[in-house]
Structures are given as structure tokens and as C-alpha cells.
Design a protein around this ligand. Structure first.
Ligand code: F6R
Length: 609
């Protein structure tokens, strides 16, 4: 995920910027750059490089960026492939800009600015903001702060910007909407960053910027306002975390941090795709030949396979197109029957899983079209596919997938609504309800992840169990599989996920007073049946942890523990019900003291068969 740093003071900026960016490397990036204002030349020098910071440092040796004011960025590509040209900072006239997040209305703004004579040198949404600020100054904005404020009125989306002007080199202006931004305070010098980690080596005195605020930073002070210009006051805080803790945002493990990042990741994945005016979904301009899709086949591995199983449920329900789901590692070995009319959807968060890649090759050889759903721009799988659609979870460092999974579920919902509108099987009215529920998900997810104290207490009680069963029906069955996979992966406790109706066909033999059984039972058409399964477990003294919908006052009578999730459309409920399962696995593993972020024998991206 992108990283931001800015410095204004009396020391050389470049080493401070590079030092800060190095602290952000753990977040993952594909290119880096700095813009440093050179007092002698009266100009800022932009040096950018695709690849790692070492490459940027080499470039800086050849073309040093000298000066005491500067901004630096590590980019994790979302709009526009990783390249020198697309790296930040972006420059328009005297304006240099770095940006984290996504400008939702970038296409319309690009057209408008091009009409006004702007010349673009990158494919990014970010460059648009540099042009907007330049245009605001040309149109008479009296200073950089005003120009940034006027430009902010035009952009929609999630962002943290830092802007520097060659005409006003004693000032950095930053703004925040949904992407983190922090100011570091020094003596005669100040810092801006996306993450405390980037500045912790320089100062521990910080001010966290809130949503909808902008800040003007000079050598001697900071002035915070809202986007309308109303002043805001904020007391600085002293950071007492170690820098390792800071990289994890104060969380004990990356996995826990990533669990908590999910509301943000889901919001980012929705940005620019939900069209509330037309009750529709735009898949970033992809032109799938929907009328000629006779069948959809999802192929994936592991957690992505579970997301695909939810995808089957959603696409069949909303678009009424027949769907199959196949394990990528099995697919090509059974000589699958495929041809034109089949759309293969390859789901891979890393975009590098070898089994999935080989399955795509097989599908293409047989004449099927392939759509990749991935979290990593320009990774091998989207490049191999005919179409690519990206989740915007940001890099996931914990080996056990969490935010990549929930954003895959969001991608499935977006795909299903898009297809459903085009096959005519999803009414405008239903699409409107689903889209409203999708947009409301991040705050509901926040409710669940912030209520983790109860789950922690449950985990402590069951941490010594030898096994665990997860049960669910319909779209909750893949969530049962995912809950079991998470627990296995990080706590090394044997766990099984089962379709609740299958329990009596075998796994019921396992049930006794020592076996915790997690039953995923949100309200919906199969609620009553799931409750019957729950009663079967209880009759055999199994310990029941139920995941239920807010307002369900009955389930408590059948369960040892009930974890409540907010209500949402049935089709979207897996995005909420999986959260307690991730937290449960996490706290059980933490209780056992396993290596949560790098569990034994597992790799983040599986590039062997
Ligand atoms: C589990 C997990 C794995 C991956 C699987 C596929 O937490 O992360 O099961 O889902 O290895 O990886 P991708 O999605 O990168 O193809």
C-alpha cells in the first residue's frame, strides 16, 4: 500500500525522506520517488523509479535532490501499471503531489482538465490533483492552501494528499479523507506522513489528522482546518510505541492489524464501482460479453476458493447464470469440458499462484474467456487473463488471508450485481437495496471487529481444544470452510468445515462435551434448519458458539456463546459472519503462542505446484 512522507526544516530532506520510506517498505510497494525543492535553482527536482528504494537511491546518486523541503512516496499501483512515469510525486507546473487512495471521479476530471489544456504524463488518478491545484492557482487562488482547498471540492474518493509548490516553498499542504495522515512536530522542522512509523526515528510528538481535515505545515508550525477553512485545534500526542509496534499500527500482529483494516479495504474496493444513480455496478469499464455467457467457472485455491464458492451462490442468485467452482489444482487434470460461452473467473489475491495460472492456460487453450480477480496490479494472473478486476485490500503481510478474502467477497457481489443487471434477472429495486447494503458494510464491519473482547474471552476458554467443527448452510457453508481453514493455519488445531445439513451423515460421530462447534446462523431462509442442527449438537453435549444476527433473541437458548453481527442482505452476510471467525482463530492462536504472521510450513504466495 502506498506510503507518504514530507519534510520541511533546515536539514537535507532527501535522507530523511528515504529513511521514512524505508520504514514503510513492509507495507509493500512497486515504485518510489521524491520531489525536493532546490533553493539555488528555485525549482523542485523529481526523481522516481519503478522497483525498490535501492533503485531510487542509485538514481539519486546520479541526480542528487538537494534541499530542505521535500515529499516522498512509495506506490502500490492501483490506477496505471507500476512504471517510472506512474510513480509519485506527480508534477504539474510548480506543483508536486503525492497521494494515497483513489480519486473516484478521475476519468471525468481528466477529461475536464484536458479540455482546459492540461497535458498528462502518467496514467494515474493522482496526476489529476496536481493539475487541479495548478489550475486553481492560475484561476486566482491567493496561496497554495486555498488552491488545495478549492481542488478538494472537485475530487471524490478516499485520499491523503501532500502538495508542495515551487512558488511557495516554505509550505506543505496535506489533506485527508479516509486515508491515514499524521503530522510530526520537531524544533524548527516538521513532518507529514501516512504512518507514524515513517517519522518515529525523527520525532515522537505527533498530531493525527481527522477525516475531512487539511493542514498547512511550515517550518515553525501547523494550521489545521476542515475543507471549508474553519480552524481546528488538536493537542499533540507523544508516541510511546516501539518502531516495530508502530509498523503494526500498535497491533500485536500484522494479522490483527489486517483484520481491523477490513472496513477500510472494503470501502476502497467499492470506490468508483457502485453507481447509486443508476442502481448498477461498473467493473472499471470491463466489457464482458454478458449476453453470450452460458456458464461461469470459478477456479481458485485455498481462501480464494472459499470466496469463489460464495461467488457461485451470488452469481446464481442474482444473474441466474449456471456456475461451477473448481479447485485450480484439480481443474486441468480432469480434462475439463470448456469452450466459447464459458467465462472462467480465476480468483487469486497474490495473482501468482501457479496452480491457478496453469488452470487459466488450460481454459484459454480450450477457447474460454478468462476474468482474473486479484489484489495485485500487473501480477502474473491478471496479465495472463483476458480481463482483470482488482480488489483494493492493499498488501497483506500476515500469511493467513483476511482482508484479501473480504474484498474478494465484495468483488463477487459487484460481479453478481453487474451480471444480474445485464441478464435482467436482478431488478433495479433489488439492486438498489443491495448496493445500499454494500455501501453500509464498512461501518457494520467496524462494529464487529471493535467488539473483539467477547471473542477473546471465548477463545481463551476453547484454546486448549483438540479440534473444532464449523457448520453453515448456503453462502455460510464456504464461511464455515474458511473459519476452519483459518483456525488450522494459525493455531494448528484440527478443524473441519461442514455444510450443516451434512453433519448427520458423518461428523456427528465426533461430537462430545469436548468439541467446540461454531454454527454460523444469521437470519435467512435456512435459519430454522440450522437451528435444528444446532439442537442435534447440543443433544450430544457439544459446546456451541453461534454467530447470529442482531435482534435474534432465540438462539441464546440453544448455545453456549452467541456472537452477534449486524443485519444485512442475506447475499452479503458472509462478509460480516467471517469476521468473528477470523478473530476467534487469531485469539486462539495468540493464546497458544504460535507464530501467527508466519505459521509453520505456509507461504504467502504459492508459486509451486
Ligand atoms: C489462506 C490463504 C491461502 C491462499 C491460497 C491461494 O489464508 O491465504 O489458502 O488463499 O494459497 O492464494 P491466492 O489467492 O494468492 O491465489
Amino acid at each position: 500500500m502506498c506510503g507518504i512522507i514530507g519534510y520541511i526544516g533546515n536539514r537535507q530532506a532527501t535522507p530523511i525522506l528515504i529513511g521514512g520510506l524505508r520504514k514503510l517498505e513492509y507495507r509493500g510497494y512497486d515504485s518510489a520517488g521524491v520531489s525536493v525543492w532546490n533553493e539555488t535553482e528555485g525549482n523542485s527536482r523529481v526523481v522516481r523509479c519503478r522497483g525498490k528504494l535501492a533503485g531510487l537511491e542509485e538514481k539519486l546518486k546520479a541526480e542528487p535532490a538537494v534541499g530542505t523541503v521535500g515529499i516522498g512516496h512509495t506506490r502500490w499501483a492501483t490506477h496505471g501499471r507500476p512504471s517510472d512515469q506512474n510513480s509519485h510525486p506527480h508534477k504539474a507546473g510548480p506543483i508536486s503531489v503525492i497521494h494515497n487512495g483513489i480519486i473516484e471521479n478521475h476519468l471525468a476530471l481528466r477529461q475536464e482538465l484536458a479540455g482546459a489544456g492540461a497535458k498528462f504524463s502518467s496514467e494515474t488518478d493522482t496526476e489529476i490533483f496536481a493539475h487541479l491545484v495548478e489550475h486553481a492557482l492560475i484561476a486566482g487562488a491567493p496561496d497554495l492552501t486555498t488552491a488545495v482547498r478549492r481542488s478538494l471540492q472537485k475530487v471524490r474518493g478516499s485520499f491523503a494528499f501532500v502538495v508542495m509548490s515551487d512558488k511557495e516553498p516554505g509550505t506543505l499542504v496535506a489533506a485527508k479523507n479516509s486515508s491515514p495522515l499524521v503530522i510530526g512536530l520537531g524544533d524548527g522542522e516538521n513532518y507529514v506522513a501516512s504512518d507514524v512509523t515513517a517519522i518515529l526515528a525523527e520525532t515522537r510528538k505527533v498530531i493525527f489528522i481527522d477525516e475531512g481535515e487539511m493542514v498547512t505545515v511550515t517550518r515553525s508550525g501547523v494550521a489545521i482546518t476542515d475543507f471549508e477553512g474553519n480552524p481546528k485545534t488538536r493537542e499533540p500526542k507523544m508516541i510511546t510505541w516501539s518502531s516495530v509496534q508502530a509498523e503494526k499500527g500498535g497491533f500485536k500482529h500484522y494479522m490483527l492489524k489486517e483484520i481491523h483494516e477490513q472496513p477500510r479495504a472494503v470501502a476502497d474496493t467499492l470506490v468508483g464501482r457502485v453507481d447509486l444513480e443508476n442502481d448498477d455496478v461498473s467493473l472499471d469499464g470491463l466489457e464482458l460479453d454478458v449476453a453470450n455467457i452460458k456458464r461461469i467457472i470459478f477456479i481458485a485455491c485455498g481462501t480464494s476458493y472459499h470466496a469463489s464458492m460464495v461467488g457461485e451462490f451470488l452469481v446464481e442468485a442474482m444473474a441466474r447464470i449456471p456456475v461451477e467452482v473448481d479447485l485450480a489444482s484439480e481443474f486441468r487434470y480432469r480434462d475439463p469440458i470448456l469452450g466459447p460461452g464459458d467465462l472462467v473467473v480465476a480468483v487469486s489475491q497474490s495473482g501468482e499462484t501457479l496452480d491457478t495460472m496453469e488452470a487459466i492456460r488450460e481454459a484459454k487453450k480450450k477457447g474460454a474467456k478468462v476474468l482474473a480477480i486479484s489484489n495485485v496490479l500487473e501480477s502474473s494472473i491478471p496479465r495472463l487473463a483476458d480481463y482483470a478486476f482488482y480488489t483494493h485490500a492493499g498488501p497483506e503481510i500476515g500469511v493467513a488471508s483476511t482482508k484479501a478474502f473480504t474484498t474478494q467477497l465484495v468483488a463477487m457481489a459487484l460481479l453478481a450485481i453487474h451480471l444480474g443487471r445485464r441478464t435482467g434477472k436482478l431488478t433495479k429495486e433489488r439492486a438498489r437495496e443491495l448496493l445500499a447494503d454494500l455501501v453500509a458494510l464498512p461501518s457494520k464491519m467496524r462494529d464487529v471487529v471493535e467488539g473483539s473482547a467477547q471473542i477473546q474471552a471465548i477463545a481463551r476458554r476453547y484454546g486448549a481444544a483438540n479440534g473444532c467443527l464449523f457448520l453453515g448452510r448456503g453462502a455460510q457453508y464456504p464461511i464455515a470452510l474458511e473459519g476452519a481453514l483459518k483456525l488450522k493455519e494459525i493455531s494448528y488445531i484440527h478443524a473441519e468445515g461442514y455444510a450443516a445439513g451434512e453433519m448427520k451423515h458423518g461428523p456427528i460421530a465426533l461430537i462430545d462435551e469436548h468439541l467446540p462447534v461454531v454454527v454460523i446462523a444469521p437470519r435467512g431462509p435456512s435459519y430454522e434448519k440450522t437451528i435444528s442442527n444446532l439442537a442435534e449438537v447440543r443433544a450430544r453435549q457439544g459446546k456451541i458458539i453461534a454467530i447470529a444476527t442482531r435482534g435474534d433473541n432465540d438462539i441464546g437458548g440453544h448455545s453456549d456463546d452467541v456472537i452477534i453481527v449486524p443485519d444485512t442482505a442475506l447475499e452479503l452476510s458472509p462478509i460480516l459472519t467471517v469476521l468473528p471467525l477470523q478473530l476467534l482463530s487469531y485469539y486462539v492462536a495468540d493464546f497458544k503462542g504460535t507464530d501467527i504472521d508466519q505459521p509453520r510450513n505456509l507461504a504467502k504466495s504459492v508459486t509451486v505446484e
